[in-house]
Design a protein around this ligand. Structure first.
Ligand SMILES: Cc1cc2nc3c(=O)[nH]c(=O)nc-3n(C[C@H](O)[C@H](O)[C@H](O)COP(=O)(O)OP(=O)(O)OC[C@H]3O[C@@H](n4cnc5c(N)ncnc54)[C@H](O)[C@@H]3O)c2cc1C
Length: 378
């Protein structure tokens, strides 16, 4: 079969790209997924994700205004349901200055961010204690992303395009692009690679730039109000990025979500079976120690989820044409913060594949930062 465009990988970025390509009128389109849709082996499963404006680099603060104000509302309209559930967000910890500096560089959000003394914040956001936070930022642009429902909305729009259990084993570049898969050969004019932590299997040249990192996620029963609107989304900014934690209110499953943001060059195996059994002692201790220092009252670990990041050393995404062949576009290295950007990254990858550039001046302004040329090596 010959396609105008093939998207490789049906995680949130592949789904978002295929959705944008379909909206651009690309009919001969295929979205190939090595497992079944919605599997739990990659980076996009789970009920919830955080969206926010607060970032430690101002380009993301700026881009989030486009994503929050225009792109997610367009998806919600098409889905006929809310996909973002507004919820205050708090940012705190010894590394908070990183966020304060970048927020100051984007004046349009300043009215939506409050800066509190820890004592005032502890009064407003139980059970948080803020023992090691010079200041606490309250971000009123935050929301809980209904991640699972977003994936299902997009998959519903692409029913006739998704091919499950179709694993691409090699990419050959000739007059067309030839994909060797476990279900036979596929030919296409354009290819978008959104293969998550498996990207370096197909594009080994990216090994110096990308590292897969296993993530442990805990769900805690607490003796405080825990639902959306009662409990914040939050980010604890550690001294270094790799010592940061984050969490969300109870959403579509029991327990408030808590995890460490594991961003280093770990190089974990993406084929490692990810389970839902309560984690090894080390991971459990890390989460329980955090709770013991940062929260008042009781908190009991009642649930667990495993997941995986694809880390770049700057935590910047790669959204660019493949240097060796501009018929191939790559979206990779989402470093544990890509879900909220999916309406943007999907449109960017689709437009780069069709037109070679995007129709988004807000993105074009920062495009160089997401290029292969800017991608640093670990
Ligand atoms: C625990 C956790 C918490 C997170 N929290 C947040 C958050 O609060 N906010 C936020 O914005 N982001 C968050 N993220 C990050 C976000 O979820 C990811 O950036 C995003 O899901 C990456 O999606 P992806 O489509 O690039 O990768 P994936 O979801 O991994 O998708 C890649 C797909 O490609 C398929 N594939 C790979 N190789 C092949 C092949 N050869 N042939 C066919 N198919 C193939 C895979 O099976 C997979 O389905 C979090 C991530 C994790 C793990």
């Amino acid at each position: 079969m010959r396609y105008d465009c093939v998207v490789l990988g049906a995680g949130i970025n592949g789904l978002a790209t295929a959705y944008a390509l379909k909206k651009q009128g690309v009919e001969k389109l295929a979205l190939l997924e090595q497992f079944q849709f919605g599997h739990g082996q990659g980076s996009s499963h789970g009920r919830s994700r955080i969206t926010r404006s607060s970032y430690s680099t101002s380009k993301y603060v700026a881009l989030m205004q486009l994503v929050h104000n225009r792109l997610w509302p367009a998806w919600e309209e098409a889905a006929g349901q809310p996909l973002l559930h507004k919820n205050p967000g708090i940012f705190f910890g010894p590394g908070i200055a990183r966020y304060q500096d970048s927020l100051r560089e984007v004046p349009e959000v300043s009215d939506l961010i409050e800066e509190l003394e820890p004592a005032e914040a502890a009064r407003r956001f139980p059970p948080f204690l803020f023992p090691d936070s010079p200041k606490v930022l309250v971000d009123h642009t935050c929301a809980v992303v209904a991640a699972d429902r977003t994936m299902r909305f997009l998959a519903g729009q692409l029913k006739d395009k998704i091919q499950e259990h179709c694993q691409v084993q090699s990419i050959e570049r000739g007059s067309s692009l030839y994909l060797d898969t476990n279900r036979g050969g596929i030919e296409c004019e354009r290819l978008v690679v959104t293969a998550g932590p498996w990207t370096t299997r197909l594009l080994p040249q990216l090994k110096p730039n990308l590292r897969a990192a296993h993530q442990d996620v805990g769900y805690f029963e607490i003796d405080a109000p825990a639902e959306v609107g009662q409990f914040p989304v939050w980010v604890y900014a550690g001294e270094q990025a790799d010592t940061s934690f984050y969490g969300l209110p109870e959403f579509e499953r029991p327990g408030v979500k808590l995890a460490r943001h594991r961003t280093g060059p770990h190089g974990d195996d993406p084929d490692r079976q990810l389970g839902d059994q309560i984690p090894e002692e080390a991971a459990r201790d890390l989460m329980e120690n955090f709770v013991a220092h940062q929260w008042s009252g009781q908190a009991r670990l009642i649930g667990y989820d495993a997941c995986i990041y694809t880390n770049t050393c700057t935590e910047d995404f790669i959204l660019d044409h493949w240097p060796e062949d501009d018929r191939v576009v790559v979206g990779a290295g989402f470093s544990g913060h890509g879900f909220k950007f999916a309406p943007l990254t999907g449109q960017v990858l689709a437009e780069l594949a069709i037109f070679g550039r995007t129709s988004l001046p807000e993105f074009e302004r920062h495009r160089q930062a997401f290029s292969f040329a800017a991608a640093q090596c670990w």
